[in-house]
Design a protein around this ligand. Structure first.
Ligand SMILES: C[S@@+](CC[C@H](N)C(=O)[O-])C[C@H]1O[C@@H](n2cnc3c(N)ncnc32)[C@H](O)[C@@H]1O
Length: 245
């Protein structure tokens, strides 16, 4: 039997997992009313919990759900079409341990994910927003990071990744107040060509990608963290914009 049609590719990189026969498909797109997210009701069990904020087409979360069936996964993105793609791919892989919702990551962190309720929060390539007056739209702010510290359980992880140097430098300092950054020297061992769509794209364009896996501190450091009002255009973006490598 020819199984090659069951493998999807993105920029030449296979999307994790295989498309299963239709009778094994699941339903992973979720519409939820407001209020706290009830993990145990949605997944029907108590399990470690992984959240991807701005999950895009779900590449990381689907790979993680396939590799870690003992964990429950929640992907949140503002854009309906991205969530639809993610859910369709997860459905076709028959995944019972992942859900995707349309929503605002800031609102979910503040209002819908409870204190000490999540084991891992991942944010891959948050939008840097290049226009000078758009810095207020950046997701990773001091209040957001403080809330992440509250939501992530003791010993849990915040995983951050960006191809914007200025954002990275900000995150080392800002996230470092609440989480102990472990900076990866190179690509993720579980996804050498890229964990996410944006990572694959960025690396194919020759951009540097920075990655940290940061363990929650028991107590935040007593240091000041500024607002993320850095200039996202400095210093590399302008030089590489429009080039293929
Ligand atoms: C550059 S893309 C990265 C997508 C994916 N994480 C990846 O690495 O391929 C940024 C994503 O964040 C989403 N996004 C931006 N602001 C958001 C917010 N406040 N809440 C949820 N998603 C958001 C966008 O819709 C987009 O899918």
């Amino acid at each position: 039997m020819d199984r090659s049609r069951d493998i999807e590719c993105e920029f030449g990189v296979p999307f994790p997992g295989r498309i299963l026969p239709r009778e094994q498909w699941t339903r992973t797109g979720l519409r939820v009313a407001g209020g706290p997210f009830d993990w145990e009701r949605v997944f029907g069990r108590a399990a470690p919990r992984v959240v991807d904020l701005g999950c895009g087409n779900g590449r990381f979360l689907i790979a993680s759900a396939l590799a870690r069936p003992h964990c429950d996964h929640l992907g949140i993105d503002l854009v309906q079409v991205a969530v639809d793609y993610a859910a369709q791919r997860a459905n076709r892989r028959g995944l019972p341990n992942v859900r995707f919702v349309v929503g605002d990551a800031g609102e979910w962190m503040c209002d819908r994910l409870g204190a000490d309720s999540v084991d891992e929060v991942h944010v891959y390539h948050p939008q840097p927003y290049y226009e000078p007056d758009a810095s207020a739209r950046r997701l990773l702010t001091p209040p957001f990071l403080e809330r992440a510290w509250t939501v992530v359980r003791r010993g849990g992880l915040l995983v951050l990744q960006t191809d914007n140097r200025a954002y990275w430098q900000y995150l080392l300092r800002a996230a470092g107040k609440y989480f102990e950054p472990d900076v990866l020297p190179g690509p993720w061992p579980d996804a050498p060509l890229g964990r996410t769509r944006r990572e694959i794209q960025a690396r194919q364009k020759g951009l540097v990608v920075w990655r940290m896996q940061a363990r929650r501190r028991d107590l935040p450091l007593d240091v000041f963290v500024p607002q993320p009002d850095f200039d996202a255009n400095r210093p590399r973006f302008r030089r590489t914009k429009g080039r293929s490598r």
